[in-house]
Design a protein around this ligand. Structure first.
Ligand SMILES: [Zn+2]
Length: 164
């Protein structure tokens, strides 16, 4: 059985969730801020967006600000992480293809309060929050080898195990 271990540092991220109709889902969904910011130049203006995602990972760009530019040739699109924790996204599918059966995540640092289901939904690319909740309830996601609840809080020194 192949195991892989990640080390995470969780920092304080303000809670940013918005209830909004999702066109793709066709219903009212909760959109969460991914902390990714995007600047789009359009003529003489630069638009700053926050990228929000619904529970099914549909994207919504929330306009944060408009800046005027004085340059005619601004046409760059940039994407950047802002105040985001130093953690890379996990793709379960590609790890499974490599033969990984268990993913361990060691929490080297935890600042603030973090629910396990939310943190994993943000970091795991190919599982939605509802899939993650289901796996937690089935015991396929554990903390320190114990079955937990989706609302369980993360703290420093603990180890999350995900059984693929
Ligand atoms: Zn959606």
């Amino acid at each position: 059985m192949l195991n892989i271990t990640f080390h995470w540092k969780l920092s304080q991220i303000p809670e940013r969730a918005v209830k909004k109709h999702c066109k793709m889902c066709g219903k009212l969904s909760v959109f969460t801020d991914t902390n990714v910011r995007r600047h789009n130049a359009n003529g003489k203006s630069i638009y700053k967006y926050a990228i929000y995602k619904c529970e099914k990972n549909h994207t919504w760009n929330k306009k944060l600000a408009i800046y005027k530019t004085f340059s005619e040739h601004v046409a760059e699109i940039e994407e950047q992480k802002e105040e985001a924790p130093i953690m890379s996204a996990i793709s379960i599918t590609s790890l499974a293809e490599q033969g990984v059966k268990v993913i361990h995540i060691v929490l080297d640092e935890v600042i603030g309060t973090h629910r396990i289901d939310k943190v994993l939904a943000n970091q795991i690319e190919d599982w939605s929050r509802s899939q993650i909740i289901e796996k937690i309830e089935k015991g396929a996601i554990q903390i320190n080898e114990q079955v937990i609840k989706p609302s369980s809080r993360l703290s420093k020194g603990k180890r999350i195990s995900i059984f693929i």
